[in-house]
Design a protein around this ligand. Structure first.
Ligand code: AKG
Length: 341
């Protein structure tokens, strides 16, 4: 580099220094409910959807603030889940017809873990360590369940803003994923405006590798990957370091690990920073069918993450949106069974 170019680069650094890596959520950007002064009663008085709830909203919001999660029982009708699962099963059975994305977390797929259904052998796509990515783009039923009134109205209250669904995953078997907090992996423009739903597609058996979680862990100190709180290609530390740090913190704070043994149609909603993971599968014959969705808010997720320079096409249900896939246009709503739901 010439002397002039070196001087120009140095000058630029002085005038516009690199932003410091984030080591925590910025307090001023937190959802209202995460702030110290949050007044739940005042929020409910002015919340337009306060009559949408078949339970005491005040109690649930208070529980969320203290524990970082809530469970909504019998939130989604069985018939909706059966319709959706039959579509997912069609992809597993006739995978050669579909270009739907599948994540394969098997050692032999290291470095090429995102595949498309038609490229996978039957024994792989029907086995463990498989996640169907963003199936909601291909299915009306998945969109309607992802943005079901029970989920959209509660998360709208939590964010104090319109809900935008960001991404989704289907699991047929337990994930056996190490303990983590989602904000490190699912990143919106404002990382604290993130929440997730775990929708049970069947009754969950203790030996099937259920989800586990640590109530109260959403306010614990954040892990630093060496380049801040997000895991990416520049991180010096890895998901195993992340898991060890989180578990040590939870143990030190006396936070007890809980196992999610919910029934078909029940939904766990959790905070961006709730520590959780997938337990070991003790009986490989058992499925653990679940639909996991991640959400942000209108102010924090304004564009599809794969096409940030374009105004997204929106699908709207129950006052919440999900963006159409910007590239896989021929796959959008390929499965239309949900139109009658
Ligand atoms: O369902 C599981 O076992 C893990 C799901 C999960 O942790 C996630 O998607 O963030």
């Amino acid at each position: 580099m010439s002397l002039i170019a070196t001087l120009k680069t140095a000058l630029k650094r002085v005038l516009r220094p690199e932003p410091k890596p984030l080591t925590d959520f910025e307090y001023r950007t937190l959802p209202w409910i995460d702030k110290k002064e949050a007044d739940i009663d005042a929020f409910i008085r002015q919340y337009g959807r306060k009559n949408d709830f078949p339970y005491d909203l005040r109690e649930k919001l208070q529980f969320w603030k203290e524990n970082g999660y809530v469970i909504l029982e019998k939130a989604i009708p069985d018939s909706w889940l059966d319709m959706l699962w039959s579509e997912v099963e069609e992809v597993f059975t006739n995978n050669d017809k579909y270009a739907i994305k599948i994540q394969v977390d098997l050692p032999e797929y290291t470095g090429r873990s995102v595949q498309i259904a038609k490229d996978l052998p039957q024994n792989v796509i029907n086995g463990q360590y498989i996640k169907v990515i963003d199936f909601h783009n291909s299915s009306v039923a998945a969109k309607k369940i992802m943005l079901h009134k029970s989920i959209a109205s509660f998360l709208e209250a939590v964010f104090g803003d319109r809900v935008i669904a960001m991404q989704s995953l289907f699991f047929k078997y337990g994930s056996q994923q190490a303990t983590h907090q989602d904000f490190a992996y699912v990143v919106s423009e404002n990382p604290s405006h993130l929440a997730a739903a775990w929708i049970a597609m069947e009754d969950i058996h203790i030996d099937s590798g259920p989800l586990f979680y640590y109530p109260g862990s959403h306010t614990n100190q954040k892990f630093n990957f060496g380049n801040g709180i997000f895991f990416n290609g520049q991180s010096a530390r890895d998901p195993n370091d992340f898991a060890r740090f989180i578990e040590a913190n939870c143990t030190a704070l006396g936070q007890q690990r809980k196992t999610l043994l919910i029934k078909k149609g029940d939904v766990l909603l959790w905070h961006a920073a709730l520590a959780h993971g997938g337990d070991a599968i003790n009986n490989p014959a058992l499925t653990r069918k679940s639909f996991v969705c991640h959400y942000s808010s209108q102010n924090a997720y304004r564009h599809h993450r794969q096409k940030p320079d374009e105004e997204p096409v929106r699908h709207t249900y129950n006052g919440a949106d999900v963006f159409a896939h910007p590239f896989l246009k021929d796959h959008e709503d390929l499965f239309k069974g949900g139109e009658d739901l």
